[in-house]
Design a binder for this molecule. Structure first.
Ligand code: ADP
Ligand code: MG
Ligand code: ZN
Length: 197
């Protein structure tokens, strides 16, 4: 007997300012036209623009719920929900992988947006596993603020060493590989401005 579950996992990934949240909101808003019930979640840690709503850098928004643990997504799930959106998914612990897979196995379309790399250029938290199990993966890019090229990296301007420092343009810049390496190699004097490589 063929399985008739229509669940699936979509991941939108990239650096900061690459349009992940905009793309997530775009997909979720389209689903509203199909009159499908959607629920949106984000980790509690992301309180940059709003405690609950998922908001892009440009101010596009969709209402959601901030949760502390991936399990809370299951507790809060309503029976008629067909689509689950999760923003900043990289901040969740590894348990998010099983939760996302469980939702998809139950027939839900799960759309997640998250940073694929941390400020050191290393894979971020549960992202490698989520990327591996997803049906659809979409990598979006920002503009490198140093050279105008295609940015795939998030460069931290501040000297903070913790993996998670929630911040905006005061703390992070989108950079291409070359400009990211220029910064992390310590060859750069100060921040901002155009670097001649
Ligand atoms: P993300 O969720 O990936 O951090 P958002 O979807 O919240 O990004 O915001 C994307 C928006 O950020 C873009 O549409 C643009 O207006 C703005 N933006 C700011 N800095 C940059 C940059 N360096 N490159 C591209 N877009 C940028
Ligand atoms: Mg975002
Ligand atoms: Zn660059």
């Amino acid at each position: 007997m063929p399985h008739t579950s229509h669940g699936s996992i979509e991941i939108i990934c990239g650096s900061m300012f690459s349009g992940k949240t905009e793309e997530l909101i775009r997909r979720l808003k389209r689903a509203k036209y199909a009159k499908l019930k959607i629920q949106v979640f984000k980790p509690e840690i992301d309180n940059r623009y709003d405690k609950t709503a998922v908001v892009s850098h440009e101010g596009f928004r969709i209402e959601g719920v901030a949760v502390r643990h991936p399990r809370h997504i299951e507790y809060l799930l309503e029976p008629d929900t067909k689509i689950v959106g999760i923003d900043e998914v990289q901040f969740f612990p590894d348990e998010i992988v099983d939760i996302v897979e469980g939702l998809a196995n139950r027939g839900i379309r799960v759309v997640c947006a998250g940073l694929d790399q941390n400020f050191k250029g290393e894979p971020f938290g549960p992202m490698p596993k989520l990327l591996a199990i997803a049906e659809h993966v979409h990598k979006v890019h920002a503009v490198c603020v140093q050279c105008g090229g295609e940015a795939s990296k998030t460069y931290r301007i501040s000297k903070d060493e913790a993996e998670v420092v929630v911040g905006e343009k005061d703390v992070y810049e989108a950079r291409c590989r070359g400009c990211f390496l220029q910064g992390t190699s310590g060859k750069e004097q100060g921040t901002g401005g155009v670097v001649t490589v």
